[in-house]
Ligand binder design. Structure first.
Ligand code: AMP
Length: 315
């Protein structure tokens, strides 16, 4: 079973480098840094690193390690929360001796020597907690800091236990995690507090949005608009949920204009939208996906496809 194989593989390596996806979220960093914390606590002699570009909005969770290329020689690399190899941050993930994939997204790429993909898990953090539970007899220990990181990822990816991906197991894990000593209000502040300019752009979106007859809403964030509100493309993660409670909405999409691409952030309350994401160079979950297009003309095609799935959808 892959979970046992992962436990034994972790035990057998002295150097372990943990990656996650580009444009990280609390589940990506929480699973990555949570796993590092667990391994370090359990096996203090191992060298464990977390790789990828830092994101200042997630500094409250963990800071990335600077890693030389030669550190990868003979190392075990673990990629957390990333369905496709092209989205692993950074791309040195394949310079190690062995590669493990741990993820809860629908499979896009079968990369890695060992793969553990569980799409029934609410989050990769939920899987990391499972892993630690299974590994208790192998010397794995948990800590307050691991609980903080893992809890952050579960809260982040379930939308505070709101999304349908939240299961009995998610709540059971959460119930155990809150028995550890960490500052929950402070953690929530880190995840949910937003800057004034983001709040103002949220207000703009709520003022301007329109709902089509099919139940689709489309938001176009041009470079000009984001400059006006001084919001960076990475910060738009804090805007994407803003339309979720509008009565009658079935799906919505944010188009975010970057230097040479337009990022597509898709969300749904019913129709599966990940196949549309896959059609436009992306992927993700049925209710939360992302993609990339090159031109505004192409965004019209995405809107047409989304309208169609909304029209076809029967609750
Ligand atoms: P986001 O809007 O960035 O929060 O992404 C929502 C979900 O879609 C997350 O599970 C991401 O991992 C996934 N996702 C976003 N962009 C892409 C992409 N270009 N390719 C594959 N999956 C993506």
């Amino acid at each position: 079973m892959s979970i046992q194989c992962i436990i034994q593989t972790i035990k057998s390596y002295d150097t372990i480098i943990i990656h996650r996806h580009v444009r990280p979220d609390p589940d990506a960093v929480g699973s990555q840094a949570g796993l590092k914390e667990i391994i370090r606590r359990s096996f203090p002699d191992k060298n464990v690193y977390i790789a990828g570009e830092g994101d200042s909005s997630l500094d409250f969770l963990a800071s990335m390690d600077g890693i030389d290329d030669h550190t990868y020689k003979g190392a075990l690399v673990i990629a957390c929360d990333t369905a496709n190899a092209a989205r692993i941050d950074d791309q040195r993930y394949n310079m190690g001796e062995k590669l493990i994939k741990i993820d809860h997204h629908p499979e896009v790429d079968s990369y890695g020597d060992v793969m553990w993909v569980d799409t029934s898990a609410s989050s990769t953090c939920e899987m990391i907690y499972d892993l630690c539970q299974h590994a208790k007899n192998d010397g794995f220990v948990f800590s307050d800091e691991a609980a903080r990181l893992i809890y952050a990822g579960i809260v982040g990816d379930t939308g505070r236990f709101l999304f349908p991906s939240t299961t009995k197991k998610t709540f059971q894990h959460a119930a155990e995690l809150v028995t550890y000593n960490f500052d929950r209000p402070n953690l929530y502040d880190g995840i949910y507090n937003i800057k004034e300019n983001i709040a103002k752009l949220q207000g703009y979106i709520l003022q301007q949005f329109e709902l089509s007859g099919s139940g689709l809403s489309t938001v176009k964030l041009t470079k000009e608009l984001m400059d006006k509100y001084r919001v960076s493309p990475n910060e738009t993660g804090q805007l994407v949920g803003v339309l979720g409670n509008i009565e009658g909405i079935k799906a919505w999409v944010l188009f975010i204009e970057e230097e040479d691409i337009i990022r597509v952030r898709l969300r749904s309350k019913g129709p599966a939208i990940n196949e549309i994401a896959a059609k436009y160079n992306g992927g993700g979950h049925p209710m939360a996906s992302g993609a990339t297009v090159e031109t505004w003309e192409e965004t019209d095609k995405v809107i047409k496809d989304l309208n169609q799935v909304c029209l076809n959808y029967k609750a």
